[in-house]
Design a protein around this ligand. Structure first.
Ligand code: GSH
Length: 211
């Protein structure tokens, strides 16, 4: 398999964690999201993913799966061990709810292309863009903090999709200097995950394209 990735992309970071947790070998193709006007916009990559975003996973069949949650759920179905979603339907809904707060409510508002639009098209100052970023992370994290009970992972003793989504979002929050003092449960779950080799190996600073 080949993962189209960028070291700092939190959506790609999710997929790297999932591949590592499942022990699946993969090649990486680095797509630099800012160099050359954004390599995601070059025709070679547009042919891979017309949405011009990473991650995208090219399977050995040549098929390409874009969108991190679609990729991770696909991997979970094809390689069910270890499972990233609980067997119990209600627990599964809870894990998905936390995952979706990150992937559907926080990340899309704070994605590179959105921040660039605020700056370039709407002419906002950097301080306003930083305030926007912090606001949406804090709103999402307040909800997640109330919903998780680290034991030691976000949803109990097993790593789940919730952790796979949360850890990259915490990385981004720290990078953009969002204060995390109000979120001790999130910080604890993140710390527990980062002790695992699968998470550590997926960290942005441990990628071959890291800068
Ligand atoms: N919902 C998508 C989001 C993918 C996404 O937006 N990726 C960002 C990097 S984290 C990207 O490629 N952005 C390209 C750009 O900003 O032009 C997923 O979960 O895979």
């Amino acid at each position: 398999m080949k993962l189209y990735t960028y070291f700092r992309s939190s959506a790609a970071y999710r997929v790297r964690i999932a591949l590592n947790l499942k022990g699946l070998p993969y090649d990486m193709a680095a797509i630099h999201l800012t160099k050359d006007g954004g390599q995601q916009r070059k025709p070679d990559f547009v042919a891979v993913n017309p949405q011009m975003r990473v991650p995208a996973l090219e399977l050995s069949s040549g098929d390409v799966v874009p969108q991190s949650l679609a990729i991770i759920e696909y991997l979970d179905e094809i390689h069910p061990d270890p499972a990233l979603l609980p067997a119990d339907a209600l627990e599964r809904a809870h894990v998905r709810a936390i995952s979706q707060i990150v992937a559907c409510d926080i990340h899309p508002l704070n994605n590179l292309i959105v921040l660039q639009y605020l700056k370039r098209e709407l002419k906002h100052e950097q301080a306003e863009i930083d305030a926007w970023y912090h606001h949406w992370v804090i709103e999402g994290f307040k909800a997640i903090e109330a919903m998780i009970s680290p034991g030691p992972y976000a949803c109990g003793a097993q790593v789940s999709l919730a952790d796979v989504c949360l850890v990259p979002q915490v990385f981004n929050a720290r990078r953009l200097k969002v204060p995390l003092d109000a979120f001790p449960k999130i910080v604890a779950a993140d710390a527990a995950c980062l002790k695992l080799a699968a998470f550590d190996k997926a960290r942005p600073e441990n990628q071959p394209d890291a800068e």
